[in-house]
Write a protein that binds this ligand. Structure first.
Ligand code: ASP
Length: 352
């Protein structure tokens, strides 16, 4: 189906995400060294954004500071010129509604421009290697947002880019920008500057959900966090993520039901069962529809609890919940715009 390089095909078998971003410490990985110059206020200047593991507490908080400022600037309604003369390439080899349009909108809100490519419109259709595509796109643009269905492929492709590459989702691997926007949304919803001491409940397909993989890893940057992972055992959070959390200060509870933990939760993060990641329809059918959040269940939740979802929603949140002021999932989308404006300006090295 995909005209991808032999390099990426090999990556599929060996899951390069594990090979490159997990086995090697990000500090040792040349892809995370600045391409040009260092800036103490901006840990991302001219760097790729490939994994949540790149972000320690201080890095997360620096991104949040810029996102907060972008959020404020957006509300003034004034046109911005931070990225005037700069071009973002949106390179999406997998479907996207929010992430692609959010990156494009973010770049345009910053005064920059956007080139969009997908597997139908790019030369990958003619058999061009991913390496050559990235080398070429780097000549035309200043920053590249890339999504691909193969886990680890964005990290692999980034080696060939001479511009910062932002991972916009690599198969069932990671989605670091979604996780950063989730942190920003949590801070906005709960009116806090840190996630220290919070209880988060993640529900659904935690095995294939790349957003929760990245979010869980970012939680390691905070103190006293409790993370309830609610899923049937076959869709539980991968052991690699759990092990990593155990080395941090996050208390992890593995559960199959959220009834008991909902009253203590500050954040209730629902996810869809990721149909496209199952080997057969029968396996998907056996897992779907297990969890559905209803208005009735919300009566046991805290008054300030925020319900989040990376979207798209299939059937896991009853539409009746939308009217509840605690339903934060569409405000979460707006937080994503401010956060991506922050990330684009940071990797471009633009002072905000
Ligand atoms: N939009 C998110 C993603 O790209 C969540 C999802 O698709 O379920 O991973």
């Amino acid at each position: 189906m995909w005209s991808i390089t032999r390099h990426v095909c090999r990556a599929q078998k060996r899951t390069l995400a594990t090979e490159i971003t997990r086995a090697m410490s990000v500090q040792d990985d040349p892809r995370f060294r600045p391409m040009f110059d260092e800036n103490p206020d901006n840990p991302l200047v001219h760097k790729h954004v490939l994994t949540a593991q790149q972000f320690d507490r201080s890095g997360i908080l620096k991104v949040m500071k810029v996102a907060k400022e972008m959020h404020r600037l957006r509300q003034t309604g004034k046109p911005l010129k931070y990225a005037e003369g700069k071009i973002l390439a949106n390179l999406f080899y997998e479907p996207s509604t929010r992430t692609a349009s959010s990156f494009a909108s973010a770049m345009m809100k910053l005064g920059g421009q956007v080139i969009s490519l997908d597997e139908m419109t790019s030369s990958s259709k003619k058999g061009e290697t991913m390496a050559d595509t990235l080398r070429t796109i780097s000549q035309y643009t200043d920053v590249i947002a890339m999504r691909h269905p193969v886990e680890g492929s964005v990290g692999s492709a980034a080696q060939y880019a001479t511009r910062p590459v932002i991972n916009a989702g690599d198969g069932g691997g990671e989605h670091p920008t979604q996780a950063l926007l989730d942190i920003f949304c949590i801070m906005q919803e709960l009116h806090v500057d840190t996630l220290d001491g919070l209880t988060l409940t993640l529900v659904g397909d935690l095995k294939h959900g790349r957003t929760v993989h990245s979010l869980a890893q970012l939680l390691g940057g905070f103190n006293g966090v409790t993370l309830n992972c609610v899923a049937p055992s076959i869709l539980q959070m991968p052991d690699s993520v759990i092990k990593q959390l155990q080395t941090s200060n996050v208390k992890v509870n593995i559960l199959e039901s959220y009834t008991e933990v909902m009253p203590q939760s500050d954040i209730f993060y629902m996810t869809r069962v990721q149909k496209e990641r199952f080997a057969t329809d029968a396996e998907y059918e056996a897992c779907k529809g297990l969890y559905v959040l209803t208005p009735g269940q919300m009566t046991s939740a805290k008054d300030h609890m925020a319900v989040m979802h990376p979207l798209p929603r299939i059937d896991e949140i009853d539409v009746g919940v939308d009217k509840d002021p605690r339903a934060a999932y569409f405000r979460q989308v707006g937080c994503g715009l401010s956060l991506r404006m922050a990330l684009i300006s940071m990797v471009l090295g633009i002072p905000v």
